[in-house]
Design a protein around this ligand. Sequence first.
Ligand code: 5AD
Ligand code: SF4
Length: 442
Amino acid sequence: MKYYFHIFGCQMNEADAEVLAGFLVSMGYSRAESESEADIILLITCCVREHAESRVYGKLGELARLKQLKPSLVVGISGCMPQQADVAESLRVKFPYLDLIFGTHNLPDFPRLLEEAQAHGGQVLEVVEEGEVRENLPRVRQIGLKAWVSIMYGCNNYCTYCIVPYVRGRERSRLPEAILAEIRELTEQGCLEVTLLGQNVNSYGRGLAPQLRVDFADLLAAVDKVPGMQRVRFMTSHPRDFSDKLIETVFNSSSVCEHFHLPVQSGSNQVLARMNRGYTRETYLELVHKLRAAIPHAAITTDIIVGFPGETEQDFSETLDLVREVAFDSVFAFAYSARSGTPAADFAPQLPKAEKSLRLKQLIDTANAIALVRNQKLADKVVEVLVEGPSKTNPDRLTGRTRTNKLVHLDSEPDLVGKLLDVRITRVQTFSMLGERTGVER
Ligand code: 5AD
Ligand code: SF4
């Protein structure tokens, strides 16, 4: 018996897929190389923007044909889409061939739900409202040089555009011992880089027992001490909760990389307030100045939404100004996508699609020009690169990343994968750089 997954969206879904695979393997399944040889196909879905959902609906249409050809095939859908009760119900009605519909909080119940679907032959739909942190679920994980480790789940922020708090639940932090044990085990298996993952890592520890007295900076300092873990990254930081203690911790640690992903979302105070972000343009800029003063070579990246309801030309030009002022190393730019059930979906006026696309293009062009200038600062400099493997586009090259998370290509040489090298940057582009090793291995 074989399983095949379609995973959409973010690292949270990748982590959920590892648990679902863990259950399936413990039931005797193995991974199928393609859909056609699978006995069970699961879609692990995302609903953060409309585009992600459209891709899922496209796939659901295709799978209807496969199910017709092979009626014994079990098709299930999980992840963030069915966690919304109305969406789960409409999936059930619109896609009657679906055997199994369950939410993000139902993961521990998967074996029972699958058994029910197989036993009674009809549709099984179960979506529970909330879930606790569950340790020690089975898990199939491909351990390479890099790994993601969830340190917390959910989000309490309720930014007005965002569906995440509704589908991933309230914020829950994992216990520090569980996180540290997982990271130690990863190093024993050859992993050299870990990214600590949460919707808002800066509020890590808030719901834990007060006697633990642990915040994100404490956790980071403890992870920094795990022997063998060469690089530690973290995302996502909420600018409102970024403490001076955290800046100090990054400064004082050896493995924590000098890269801060700090989603600003907008450069206009008016828009930030209506997004419920809890900071202003001025306090964001102050944080950036503090970071740059403490760690001048740090990379700062961000997420920005254009075309939020009511965003004026003036608001948008304030965003472009802020992008120029901060000079981000990279910007993840999104056109606002109304998510039903979130407050902003009912805000007026909603901007026309064409206007959002125009602003998106302007933002991307501005951000790319700045990224190139930022990268040019590294021309002819020697930087530390962790070699990750062959380049996807050119087999004669290896690729790796700097501590600041910039992509570097090198001429291929044997036995370099997994090495930390000193590399001289010889050519700079917007999204990557070329380099040559200086001969020194760290
Ligand atoms: N529309 C567009 N972008 C969104 N994001 C979250 N919700 C929406 C939405 N409704 C973006 C934010 C967030 C990133 C992960 O996705 O910029 O930081
Ligand atoms: Fe969504 Fe805001 Fe939470 Fe990020 S912080 S997941 S944008 S609600």
